[in-house]
Design a protein around this ligand. Structure first.
Ligand SMILES: Nc1ncnc2c1ncn2[C@@H]1O[C@H](COP(=O)(O)OP(=O)(O)OP(=O)(O)O)[C@@H](O)[C@H]1O
Length: 272
């Protein structure tokens, strides 16, 4: 089925199911971006428009009232500048995320979102500026992050060991995190044989292992189907309500659902 036909039908079904703006626009933008990037058939990726709209409508109704954030600042980023060669990718970027807050990092392709998150995670050095993390850190990279020849349980044990978790607790916590994303990770399937979306689920579960205080998530839902995408945002809300500071990278400018702060890395001269 053509993407635009399916998206038009979805827009109508969202209206019919009473999904108001800005949620409807955000859902359309997210699904369109997913279809564009993956090239998937919309019916295969998301199912019939009516069923997908019904799921969205239900999840919106289930959304609990927003907590008022105001915990201590867990992630402080001050005046980050990063250059690659002559190109300045990030210029004087600052961000503070408190316990119980979700920050979205948005911007066009190549605007430096992954670079920014890598700097927050301590994996990329800035040319100027400072990052302070108050507490432990979990990082979900955009890709990679898993070991081809290990099965999911082995990932849980390996990463869990690094975070001080006993074996059984690491395995059980990993499996519970996977179940929250509607995935049963038991079995002998090595990471290299998992689908792209399932590998991203594994990445996401690994980021949350050991209950870190700060979660850095780089477009973690790439390849997720409709249900998993909604599960992801439910998980973000659970982390938020548990007092974590969460940073979610997305290349969409209007991903604002359940988000307290938006950091737009689009260069000023390119903004509409
Ligand atoms: N290690 C590197 N060496 C040189 N240039 C790099 C390096 N890493 C990233 N870049 C460049 O820096 C810019 C920002 O890249 P980055 O991946 O952070 O952007 P992004 O906003 O996450 O992009 P996307 O939306 O496509 O994921 C790009 O032009 C990229 O080519």
């Amino acid at each position: 089925m053509r993407h635009d036909t399916w998206l038009d039908a979805l827009a109508g079904e969202l209206r019919r199911h009473g999904v108001a703006e800005p949620t409807a626009g955000n859902v359309l933008a997210e699904t369109a971006a997913h279809l564009w990037e993956s090239g998937d058939d919309p019916l295969r990726a998301f199912g019939p428009p009516q069923a997908y709209a019904a799921t969205v409508a239900e999840s919106v109704r289930l959304e609990p009232p927003r907590r008022v954030p105001g915990g201590p600042v867990l992630l402080e980023v001050a005046g980050i500048t990063k250059r690659y060669g002559r190109r300045t990718v990030l210029r004087e970027v600052s961000l503070a995320v408190r316990a119980g807050e979700v920050a979205a990092v948005v911007g066009a392709n190549g605007s430096g979102k992954s670079t920014f998150l890598g700097i927050c995670a301590g994996l990329v050095s800035p040319d100027r500026g400072e990052v302070r993390v108050h507490g432990s850190l979990g990082y979900c990279p955009q890709g990679g992050g898993t070991s081809d020849f290990l099965v999911p349980d082995e990932h849980f044990l390996l990463v869990g060991a690094g975070r001080g978790l006993p074996r059984a607790q690491a395995r059980d916590t990993g499996r519970a995190g996977a179940a929250a994303l509607d995935w049963d990770p038991r079995g002998a399937t090595q990471a290299r044989h998992l689908s792209g979306g399932t590998r991203q689920k594994l990445n996401l579960v690994l980021a949350g292992l050991g209950d870190p205080d700060v979660l850095l998530l780089d477009e973690p839902y790439q390849g997720f189907d409709q249900g998993s995408y909604l599960d992801f945002w439910q998980q973000v809300r659970r982390w938020r309500d548990a007092g974590k500071a969460i940073v979610v990278v997305t290349h969409l400018l209007n991903t604002r659902d359940g988000v307290d702060t938006v950091l737009d890395l689009t260069p000023r001269e390119e903004r509409a």
